[in-house]
Design a protein around this ligand. Structure first.
Ligand code: ADP
Ligand code: ZN
Ligand code: ZN
Length: 740
């Protein structure tokens, strides 16, 4: 790099993270008249950027700037009187931006609630807009109004809208709104949003812990006040949540806070209710369904300590906490902890980094730990505590395989399975069918010529959705009408294979009088719908459950005594190195829904490959046995956790561009010190075309993190200089979940 003239001496200069895709921070002079002693990292500032004004976070006060004096601009104003992000959070975000090689400004933006990103004050309330009386008069009178202005005034009516609704209206709504505000026809007003969930009038004690639970609690409580990562490996229903609750209570008694991360789907009111019932303190719950105002209010309550217990999904890892005592990551193996686009961080891994910075314990809990976490425990980096038995009276379910090659079946349900289901239903129990494929049928097929309905935009087939009468692509969302006849040979086409929709129909036919509830992304689209569905199960009104992955996570179905895995084979031959691990986790998790209360459970797994070593291993020696064998395979094949990976992905509407970019990228690494890092590829993605874009990837593999990080650091800045970089969309993914 060239040596630049820089501005020395007259500091401090503000080093500011701005929400741009540029991989750097920006230097500014402090605003005029600002007291330099009041400047601190973590304060937000408003600064000129190009011809715009942007809100950024001061990440550092620098004594000198790398910019020459003439280029150094002056910040407009400091927005806060105290830092919105504390030192540990600032450090965590910086660490994550460096480790995942993501632009620092976007990383900081991910850590802030949207209202703070927009420059609103920390104590802001939610803003809503309503028509003024003049506006209402104008809407009904003869004033000159554009059609869009009239539409928005009509939409407001006598009510009001907030940010989320405005964004949902989309397009130019904001501009129209601004015009109406200018004319005095729409006005804004602030509303109070309920900050945190109030504590209950009395708290429940909870069941007496089993001895395994007690030793787990003792081990973790004994580590309060020091950095200590734990793997809490408890079979499903073993009472892991009870362990969290007791550890948290101890932390609260010491005046500390607790941060609990949960997978996206698990954050149902039932799960939250269990925490609320146990602690006489306010709870802050952070999830994607909050309004901007609610989110800020929750964030504020966590940050100022008025909510001692904070429960949230992935991004809650960045919530500042003044006095944290323990971090819990429930279902640590869950894929939702890794953000899959943009800033590709793992909240599970950051939880360990964060606990280290605070000097506190972190508990990674799961019935099916990720192989990474198991390996960390084996290597002695994490302490492992086990809950080997189910809590309460529940016993282990009986698991058996149903061989689809020899058993007769009705649309995907084998006869022995139907007989078993009948038996369980007659005994007054509920039955759960798991199939990780939504829609009616995965393929529309022509028996005349073999044609199948393709997606025009992807290398994929369209799924038949019979209820909605459409063919839909599950990769790009494209939809098409269902043809009656084959477009090639005019033979009548038919749906082949099973999705949850079709299974629902089959079950209705097989078990008339047993109401079925289906849980997948087609039936659960809005907030609140999962609660309604679960309520039908808990009340006993529904007798049969059919669903996808959504059903397997964290729910407790005490009256379900039979769980059927309809198609285990989907995962057996997956292309990704994690496919087997994912399959084993789904089977064990869904099996864990069976017989959680005092009734014995039964699990039936339908497969056409009953002799597959993975299935045999899982059935004979459980998840631990599977994991041991899988770790051996990973080691032999040089996959994580025995190696470290990063993937450079590229996509473009032109077929040849991604590969051309990646070849150039590969060449750009040629003279960098490799230190054992291998570059594999580039190669087209398993699904080469998706949503009209061609995709390819280059894999980086190393024995250790150090050399990989070093190579990435030297290499990524060079990628922007590749001419094709401006014509492809590229991204780097460190510790990717998938490399297909
Ligand atoms: P996990 O989180 O491991 O799936 P939970 O904490 O949800 O397990 O416990 C499963 C069920 O067992 C719950 O209904 C819970 O109330 C009950 N349970 C947990 N611990 C005990 C205990 N020590 N005695 C009796 N019941 C318990
Ligand atoms: Zn045909
Ligand atoms: Zn598609």
């Amino acid at each position: 790099m060239n040596k630049v003239t820089f501005t020395a001496g007259s500091g401090p200069f503000l080093r500011v993270a701005l929400d741009t895709p540029l991989r750097r921070s920006f230097d500014y002079r402090p605003p005029a008249g600002c007291n330099p002693a009041a400047l601190r990292p973590g304060l937000r500032v408003e600064v000129p950027f190009g011809s715009r004004t942007m809100v950024g976070v001061i990440v550092e006060l620098a004594g000198e700037s790398t910019l020459p004096p003439a280029k150094l601009r002056t910040a407009h104003s400091v927005l806060d009187t105290e830092p919105v992000l504390d030192a540990v959070t600032l450090d965590l975000v910086r660490w994550a931006a460096e480790y995942y090689h993501h632009p620092i400004g976007e990383a900081y933006a991910a850590a802030l609630p949207s209202m703070l990103r927009a420059g609103r004050p920390l104590n802001a309330r939610e803003t809503r807009w309503r028509a003024s009386s003049e506006g209402r008069a104008a809407a009904t009178g003869s004033s000159r109004l554009g059609p869009r202005q009239r539409a928005l005034l009509d939409a407001l009516g006598a009510g009001s809208v907030g940010d989320e609704e405005l964004d949902a209206l989309g397009g130019t709504t904001r501009d129209v709104l601004r015009a109406l505000v200018k004319r005095g026809w729409v006005e804004s007003f602030d509303v109070e949003v309920p900050a945190v969930e109030p504590p209950p009038p009395s708290v429940a004690e909870g069941p007496a812990p089993t001895s395994a639970q007690q030793s787990a609690v003792d081990a973790i409580v004994g580590a309060l006040g020091t950095f200590a990562p734990f793997l809490l490996h408890g079979v499903t229903g073993s009472g892991k949540t009870e362990v969290y609750l007791r550890v948290i209570r101890e932390a609260l008694e010491r005046g500390q806070q607790a941060l609990v991360l949960v997978p996206e789907i698990a954050l149902t009111p039932q799960a939250v209710a269990r925490f609320r019932a146990r602690f006489a303190v306010p709870l802050a719950v952070l999830h994607s369904g909050l309004t901007a105002g609610e989110r800020l209010a929750m964030w504020r309550a966590a940050r100022d300590g008025s909510a001692p217990v904070v429960i949230g999904t992935r991004s809650a890892i960045y919530v500042p906490l003044p006095n944290p005592g323990v971090i819990v990551v429930d279902e640590e193996h869950d894929a939702s902890y890794k953000q899959q686009e943009g800033f590709r961080y793992s909240a599970r891994d950051l939880a360990v980094i964060r606990a280290q910075r605070h000097g506190i314990p972190v508990v990674l809990g799961s019935a099916t730990p990720s192989l990474e976490t198991l390996q960390n425990a084996i290597a002695g980096r994490y302490r492992r505590v086990d809950l080997p038995e189910r809590a309460g009276a529940a016993g282990k379910p009986r698991v058996a395989v149903v061989d689809l090659r020899v058993q007769p079946q009705t649309h995907g349900i084998a006869t022995p399975v139907a007989i078993a289901a009948q038996r369980h239903l007659e005994a007054g129990a509920q039955v759960l069918f798991y199939l990780n494929r939504r829609g009616f049928a995965p393929t529309l097929f022509c028996p005349g010529c073999g044609w199948t309905a393709p997606c025009e935009q992807c290398d994929a087939r369209l799924t038949v959705h019979r209820r909605r009468h459409v063919l839909a692509c599950h990769h790009c969302g494209a939809e098409a009408p269902v043809p009656y006849a084959c477009p090639v040979c005019s033979t009548e086409v038919r749906p082949v294979g099973q999705g949850t929709e079709r299974i629902e129909d089959v079950l209705d036919e097989l078990f008339p009088g047993a109401p079925v509830v289906r849980v997948d992304r087609d039936t659960i689209r809005k907030r609140g719908e999962i609660e309604t569905a679960l309520e039908r199960v808990h009340s006993g009104e529904a007798r049969i459950l059919v669903g996808t992955q959504m059903l397997t996570k964290g729910h407790d179905f005490p009256d379900v005594t039979l769980v059927v895995v309809l198609n285990a084979d989907q995962g057996l031959f997956g292309t990704d190195f994690r496919a087997a691990e994912r399959l084993a986790q789904s089977i064990v998790q869904v099996a864990g829904r069976a017989g959680r209360a005092s009734r014995p459970g039964e699990v039936l797994i339908q497969t056409a490959c009953p002799d597959h070593p993975l299935l045999k291993n899982l059935l004979e020696s459980g998840y631990d046995g599977f994991a041991q064998a899988a770790l051996v395979e990973r080691e032999q094949a040089h996959w994580p956790p025995y190696t470290r990976l990063a993937v450079l992905r590229a996509e473009a509407p032109q077929a040849e561009l991604p590969m051309r970019f990646l070849v150039a990228a590969r060449d750009a690494a040629r003279d960098l010190p490799r230190d054992g890092v291998r570059l594999l590829g580039p190669a087209p993605a398993a699904m080469e075309r998706r949503a009209g874009r061609w995709r390819a990837q280059l894999l980086l593999e190393a024995a250790n993190r150090g050399p990989l990080q070093k190579l990435l650091g030297g290499w990524l800045p060079r990628l922007d200089e590749i001419p094709e970089s401006r014509r492809v969309r590229w991204s780097i993914d460190v510790d990717p979940l998938e490399v297909t």
